[in-house]
Design a protein around this ligand. Structure first.
Ligand SMILES: *[C@@H]1O[C@H](CO)[C@@H](O)[C@H](O)[C@H]1NC(C)=O
Ligand SMILES: *[C@@H]1O[C@H](CO)[C@@H](O)[C@H](O)[C@H]1NC(C)=O
Ligand SMILES: *[C@@H]1O[C@H](CO)[C@@H](O)[C@H](O)[C@H]1NC(C)=O
Ligand SMILES: *[C@@H]1O[C@H](CO)[C@@H](O)[C@H](O)[C@H]1NC(C)=O
Ligand SMILES: *[C@@H]1O[C@H](CO)[C@@H](O)[C@H](O)[C@H]1NC(C)=O
Length: 671
C-alpha cells in the first residue's frame, strides 16, 4: 500500500480471532476423534471391502482422502502385502498431510480439491473451487473472476503487518534498518530471524484456508533481494526465494494461482518502507535513477525466465513487475518507457501468445486508470493494477455504516471503464480501512491522521480516538455487518481483486492484532468477512457492469503482440531525460556483461524424484545476454544515494557511463 493521500495503504496491527491455543487444542481433539474413527473404519471396512466389494466394483478411491487405494489385497496367508499407494487428492473433509508432516482436515465447501503426488510434483489437477478453473485448465482473463488475497508482509516485511519483528528493534522503520539491527544482534538470532519469520508467518495451512475461503489467487510481494544483494545492502539475500518456491508448491496443491509482485526494487521505486528503504526515490529519479532501472529490468528478466518455464507457468500466471512506482516523481512518460522495455523482456523470456509466460501487471503509478487508456494497444496479455484506498486521504467522522456503499460509486464505474479503455484491470490491493487507525499504519512515531497527531502532511484536524477502530474484540454485530457490507461493495465494484492482506501479525504490546481492517483471516474468524465471496455479486446494484470480452489479442490469441509502431515510437528505452538528474547519456549506467544469477529450482526428495525435471531456471535458452554490472573502469554512486550530487566526471572508458565518486555502497561484487 502506499501512504500518500488518495490511494495508499498502511500499517499493521495484530489480528486475533479464536484464541489460537484453544483452537489448536480443539483441533487436536477433533483430529484424534477423527483419527480414531478412521482407524475403526479401516479395521472394519477394509477387510470387508477387499473381501466382498472389490471384486465387483472399481471405484476411484483416490478421489477421497478417507481411504487409500491399494495395489494389492491384504493377505493373511503370508504373501507380502504390496505398499499402499499414497493418497494424492481429496476434497472437503479429506485429511491433508502438510509438508511439515502434520495433518489437517480440508474444509472446502465449494467443490475444490487438492492434489499432491510426490512422484509427480508438477501435476496441475488441483482446483480451488468448482467455479475456478483447475490449474491444468485455461484461466480466462476478464471472464473468470479473480478473488484473491495478498500474502503481504511475508517475504517483504512491513512494520504494520508484522509489528512484533519491528517492535523488537525500536525505531526501525523499514527492512533495511530492521536487517541491519538484526544482523548486529547475533545473540538475539541475527539476520536469520527473517528466515524464522518466513517459516512461520505463512505456511501451507494458509493456502488450504485460502482455497476454503472461496479465494482462487494470491498476490505474493517479493523483494529484489530474493535474487541477490550487492555489497553494502544489508538485506537477507536469496532466502525469500526458497520460500517463494514453497509457495508455488502449496498453491499448486490447492489449485491457487499466483500473482508474483516485485515489491522492492534497487534504489526504491517509491520511497516507502515496503520498498525496502524509506526515504529517497532513486529509481528513475536522480543520478542513479537510470542505473537502478537497468538493474531492475534484469531482475524482471530473471524472474520472467523462471516463471515462464513449463513447470511453473500455470501456477505463476501473473507478474506485477513493479509495485507502486510514483508517477508524481518519476513521470508517466518514463514509467511507460520502462513498462514497454519490461514487456519486451518478459515476452522474450516466454514468448508471445496464450500459455507463454505470465500476464504482465502494470501498476497505474497513481496516475489514475483513465490516464492509461490506450496504452500499448495489441500488447499480449497485459493488465492494469489499481490500489484503491479510502483511508489515507481526508479522514471522515462518518461511522462505518455511512461508508458501506462508497466503493460502489468510488471505483465501480472506473474499473468498468478501464476494462474497455485499457483492457484487463484488477485491484492488486484494497482493504476494509476507511481511516488510518492501526499500529504503524502511519509509520513508527508518526501518529494517525484520524487522531490528528500525524507528523507530516497536515493539518489533520482530530476526528476522534482510534480505539474503537482498533479494539476489534469489542465490535458488535452491527459493526461487523457494516464492515462486511463495505468488503462486499469493494469486491463487487472491483470485480477482479486482491485484498491487502491475508494476515496481520500480533503486536508485542497487546498480543493481538492492532490493524484489524487489514486482515482477511481475522475477519473470517470473527465474522466480518464473507465466508463466500461470491455473495458480493451485484451488491452495488450495478445494472450495467462490464461484461464484455477482451479482444483476442489481449488474451494471447490472434493478433497478440502486434503493437503498432505509432504506439511505441515515442516511448523507447532508455529515457531521454530523468527527474533530478543530468542528461541520461551522462549518467552512470551498467553494462550487461555480468554472469546471470539464475534462480534455483525446487528439489524433491521422494523416491524416484531423481528423474523429475524441475527445469534449469531459464525458459529461453537463447536469452544469453549478461546482467547489469558496473563498468570496471568507472565508479558509481551508491544505488541508494540520498541526495542530489554534482555532475560526475567523464568515465575513462568512453562508454556511456560516466564516473562518479564511490560512496558507501559499492555496486560490485555480487553475493
Ligand atoms: C495472535 O495471538 C493470538 C493469541 O495468542 C493467537 O491466537 C493468534 O493466532 C495470533 N495471531 C496471529 C496472526 O499470529
Ligand atoms: C486435469 O487434471 C485432471 C485430474 O488429473 C484430469 O482428469 C484432466 O484430464 C486434466 N485436464 C487437462 C486439460 O489436462
Ligand atoms: C529524487 O532524486 C533527488 C536527487 O537524488 C532527490 O533529492 C529527491 O529527494 C528524489 N525525490 C524523491 C521523491 O525521493
Ligand atoms: C460500463 O462500461 C460500458 C462500456 O464503456 C458502459 O457502456 C457502461 O455504461 C458502464 N457501466 C457502468 C456502470 O459504468
Ligand atoms: C510504512 O508503510 C506504510 C504503508 O505505506 C505507511 O502507512 C507507513 O506510514 C510507513 N511507515 C513508516 C515508518 O514509514
Amino acid at each position: 500500500m502506499s501512504n500518500v493521500s488518495g490511494n495508499r495503504y498502511l500499517k499493521e496491527k495484530q489480528a486475533v480471532y479464536a484464541a489460537p491455543g484453544v483452537k489448536s487444542r480443539r483441533n487436536i481433539i477433533i483430529l484424534s476423534v477423527i483419527g480414531g474413527l478412521i482407524l475403526l473404519i479401516v479395521a472394519v471396512v477394509v477387510p470387508i471391502y477387499f473381501a466382498v466389494i472389490k471384486p465387483h466394483s472399481h471405484k476411484n478411491e483416490s478421489a477421497s482422502g478417507s481411504t487409500g487405494s491399494s495395489s494389492g489385497s491384504p493377505s493373511s496367508t503370508g504373501a507380502p502385502t504390496p505398499p499402499k499407494a499414497a493418497i494424492v487428492t481429496g476434497g472437503d473433509g479429506s485429511t491433508i498431510t502438510l509438508d511439515d508432516g502434520s495433518t489437517m482436515i480440508y474444509s472446502n465447501k465449494f467443490g475444490g480439491s487438492w492434489y499432491h503426488d510426490p512422484s509427480d510434483p508438477f501435476n496441475n489437477a488441483a482446483q480451488a473451487q468448482s467455479w475456478s478453473p483447475a490449474l491444468n485448465q485455461t484461466f480466462h482473463w476478464g471472464t473468470d473472476r479473480i478473488r484473491g488475497v495478498n500474502l503481504g508482509g511475508w517475504l517483504t516485511t512491513e512494520p504494520f503487518i508484522s509489528p512484533a519483528l519491528y517492535q523488537k528493534y525500536p525505531g526501525t522503520v523499514d527492512e533495511w534498518e530492521l536487517s541491519a539491527a538484526m544482523a548486529a544482534d547475533t545473540a538475539g538470532g541475527g539476520l536469520g530471524q527473517l528466515e524464522d519469520h518466513y517459516k512461520t508467518f505463512i505456511t501451507e495451512a494458509d493456502f488450504a484456508q485460502i482455497a476454503g475461503a472461496g479465494l482462487n489467487f494470491v498476490r505474493i510481494p517479493i523483494p529484489f533481494w530474493a535474487i541477490e544483494t550487492w555489497s553494502g545492502e544489508p538485506f537477507l539475500a536469496k532466502t525469500a526465494w526458497t520460500y517463494f518456491l514453497k509457495a508455488i508448491g502449496w498453491a499448486r496443491k490447492y489449485g491457487i494461482r499466483i500473482n508474483l509482485d516485485l515489491h522492492a526494487l534497487p534504489g526504491s521505486q517509491n520511497g516507502w518502507n515496503h520498498s525496502g528503504r524509506l526515504g529517497t526515490i532513486s529509481f528513475l529519479n536522480g543520478t542513479m535513477g537510470l542505473a537502478n532501472a537497468q538493474r531492475s529490468l534484469d531482475y524482471i528478466r530473471i524472474i520472467a525466465e523462471f516463471i515462464s518455464q513449463p513447470q511453473y507457468k500455470d501456477v505463476v500466471v501473473m507478474f506485477g513487475i513493479t509495485n507502486e512506482p510514483q508517477v508524481p516523481f518519476i513521470g508517466q512518460e518514463n514509467l511507460q518507457r520502462y513498462y514497454l522495455q519490461a514487456y519486451n523482456v518478459v515476452r522474450n523470456a516466454g514468448g508471445v501468445g496464450a500459455g507463454n509466460g505470465p500476464l504482465i501487471s502494470y501498476h497505474d503509478g497513481f496516475a489514475g486508470l483513465n490516464n492509461w487508456a490506450g496504452f500499448l494497444p495489441g500488447a499480449d496479455r497485459i493488465g492494469l493494477d489499481y490500489h484503491p484506498y479510502l483511508c489515507f486521504a481526508t479522514q471522515t467522522s462518518d461511522p462505518m455504516s455511512a461508508n458501506v456503499n462508497k466503493p460502489c460509486t468510488a471505483w465501480g464505474g472506473a474499473m468498468n471503464d478501464s476494462m474497455t479503455a485499457f483492457g484487463f484491470t484488477a485491484a492488486g490491493e484494497f482493504s476494509n480501512a476507511i481511516n488510518d487507525c492501526g499500529t504503524f499504519v502511519n509509520g513508527v512515531g508518526q501518529g494517525t491522521r484520524y487522531e490528528g497527531t500525524y507528523a507530516t502532511g497536515g493539518p489533520w484536524p482530530k476526528i476522534g480516538s482510534c480505539d474503537s477502530w482498533i479494539n476489534w474484540q469489542s465490535w458488535d454485530a452491527t459493526m461487523k455487518n457494516n464492515i462486511q457490507s463495505f468488503a462486499l461493495s469493494s469486491m463487487d465494484a472491483l470485480q477482479h481483486w486482491f485484498f491487502w492482506t491475508w494476515k496481520i501479525g500480533n503486536s508485542t504490546t497487546s498480543g493481538t492484532v492492532e490493524s484489524p481492517a487489514w486482515s482477511y483471516q481475522l475477519g473470517l474468524q470473527n465474522g466480518w468477512m464473507p465466508t463466500d465471496p461470491r455473495s458480493a455479486n451485484g451488491v452495488c446494484g450495478n445494472t450495467d457492469p462490464w461484461s464484455g470480452k477482451l479482444p483476442a489479442s489481449a488474451t494471447g490469441g490472434s493478433g497478440a503482440g502486434n503493437i503498432p509502431a505509432s504506439a511505441t515510437s515515442s516511448i523507447g528505452w532508455p529515457p531521454t531525460a530523468i527527474s533530478n538528474a543530468a542528461d541520461p547519456t551522462l549518467l552512470p549506467q551498467y553494462t550487461q556483461t555480468g554472469p546471470i544469477p539464475t534462480l534455483p529450482v525446487p528439489t524433491f526428495s521422494a523416491s524416484g524424484s531423481a528423474s523429475i525435471d524441475a527445469g534449469n531456471g531459464w525458459a529461453n535458452p537463447s536469452d544469453t545476454v549478461g546482467v547489469a554490472v558496473p563498468i570496471a573502469s568507472c565508479s558509481y554512486l551508491s544505488p541508494w544515494v540520498e541526495s542530489a550530487v554534482a555532475a560526475p566526471p567523464a568515465c575513462p572508458t568512453g562508454a556511456a557511463a560516466r564516473a562518479v565518486p564511490r560512496s558507501q555502497v559499492t555496486p560490485a561484487p555480487r553475493q
